[in-house]
Design a protein around this ligand. Structure first.
Ligand SMILES: Cc1cc2nc3c(=O)[nH]c(=O)nc-3n(C[C@H](O)[C@H](O)[C@H](O)COP(=O)(O)O)c2cc1C
Ligand code: SF4
Ligand code: SF4
Length: 290
C-alpha cells in the first residue's frame, strides 16, 4: 500500500497542508505534482489498496480548471481518497463537491475531506504564514482520525458542503508582469504551471493562458514579477468587506476603500489619478472601520 500525494500547489500553501496530512498516514509516500506542465498524468495508476491525499487550492470557490483536467487523467482504480481543499480564509464554496465529483470520475473512493486555511496567494496579508503551528496541530488531529477510519476498513463517503451546479468560475484576471528589475533568467517561465510565460523572452506572457496562480511572483529571485496594484486592490475588496465612496477631493475620483483602510493606504494614494488624496486625509479616515 502506498500513500499518493496528488496536489496542485502553485505557491506552496496547499502542499504544506497536504504534507502535514500525508506525513501522518501510514505507508510509503509518492508525490504527484499536478502543477507540472509536462506531467504525464494519464500514466499514474493507483490500486485499490492505495490511499491518495488529493489537495488543491480554492480559486473563486472552485477547483482550478487546470487541476481538474489533470486530476481527471489519473487512474484511481478504486483507491481510497482524502480530499484537501485549501483556501485563503475567504470561502471555499463549491470546491469540495467539485473535487469529490472529479475524484469519483477518476475512479477514487472518497473517504474523508478536509478544508484548511493557507496564506492567500494573491493578497498575502490574509492568513499570512498559515498553516502555522496551531493549524499543524489541528491537521495532525484530522490525520489521526482519518488513519483510524482507514484502519477500521470504513470506506463510507462523507457528506460535503457545496452546491451543484457549482458557482460560476471566474478567472481572477490578474496577470503578473515583469518589472524593470527582471534579468531574464527564465525561472518563472520554467515554473509556470501552464506555460504562459515565453521562455525566450520572459517579459512576454500570454494573458489568455495565465490562471493567475501567482507562482511566477513567488519564485522570482529578483522580486521582479508583480500584479498591477489596482487589480490587487480589487482582489482585496473581494476578500473583505468594503465601501465605495466619493472622496471630497478636487479630482473627484471614486475609490474603493477597504474595510481596514490603514492596510491599503498606500494603494489608495498610489491609485488616485489626481494625486489629491494625501496621507493626512487618509490618516483622518483610518480611525473609521468600514
Ligand atoms: C486565482 C485565485 C483565486 C483564489 N480564490 C480564493 C477564494 O475564492 N477563496 C479563498 O479563500 N481563497 C482564494 N484564493 C487563495 C488560495 O486559495 C490560497 O491562497 C491557497 O493557499 C493557494 O494555494 P497555493 O499556495 O498552493 O498556491 C485564491 C487564490 C488565487 C490565486
Ligand atoms: S524569474 Fe524574475 S528575473 Fe527571472 S525572468 Fe522571471 S521575472 Fe525575470
Ligand atoms: S504567468 Fe500566470 S499562470 Fe503562469 S505562473 Fe504566473 S500567474 Fe501563474
Amino acid at each position: 500500500m502506498k500513500v499518493y500525494q496528488i496536489s496542485f500547489s502553485p505557491t506552496g500553501g496547499t502542499k504544506k497542508a497536504a504534507d502535514i496530512l500525508t506525513g501522518a498516514l501510514n505507508g510509503e509516500t509518492e508525490v504527484i505534482d499536478l502543477t507540472n506542465a509536462h506531467g504525464n498524468f494519464g500514466s499514474v495508476a493507483l490500486t485499490k489498496e492505495d490511499i491518495a491525499v488529493i489537495a488543491v487550492p480554492s480559486y473563486g470557490g472552485r477547483v482550478p480548471g487546470t487541476a481538474t483536467e489533470r486530476l481527471a487523467k489519473v487512474h484511481g482504480n478504486g483507491a481510497r481518497a482524502v480530499l484537501v481543499c485549501v483556501y485563503g480564509n475567504r470561502a471555499y464554496e463549491d470546491t469540495l463537491v467539485e473535487m469529490l465529483d472529479t475524484a469519483r470520475q477518476a475512479g477514487f473512493n472518497v473517504i474523508a475531506a478536509v478544508a484548511a486555511i493557507a496564506e492567500h496567494s494573491i493578497a498575502r496579508q490574509f492568513a499570512a504564514g498559515r498553516p502555522d503551528a496551531e493549524d499543524s496541530k489541528v491537521l495532525a488531529g484530522f490525520a489521526a482520525q482519518i488513519q483510524a477510519k482507514i484502519t477500521a476498513g470504513d470506506t463510507s463517503e462523507p457528506a460535503l458542503p457545496g452546491n451543484r451546479p457549482y458557482k460560476k468560475s471566474g478567472g481572477a484576471g490578474m496577470v503578473p508582469k515583469a518589472t524593470r528589475d527582471c534579468v531574464g533568467c527564465g525561472i518563472c517561465a520554467k515554473e509556470c504551471p501552464v506555460g504562459a510565460i515565453d521562455a525566450q523572452d520572459p517579459k512576454k506572457v500570454n494573458g489568455n493562458v495565465c490562471i493567475s496562480c501567482m507562482r511566477c511572483v513567488a519564485v522570482c529571485p529578483h522580486s521582479a514579477r508583480k500584479v498591477n496594484p489596482v487589480m490587487m486592490t480589487a482582489a482585496c475588496v473581494q476578500q473583505d468587506d468594503y465601501a465605495i465612496m466619493k472622496p471630497d477631493n478636487s479630482c473627484g475620483c471614486h475609490l474603493i476603500f477597504w474595510k481596514y483602510i490603514e492596510v491599503c493606504r498606500w494603494l489608495i494614494i498610489e491609485n488616485c489619478p489626481g494625486m489629491r488624496l494625501t496621507e493626512n486625509y487618509l490618516i483622518g479616515l483610518s480611525a473609521t472601520r468600514w
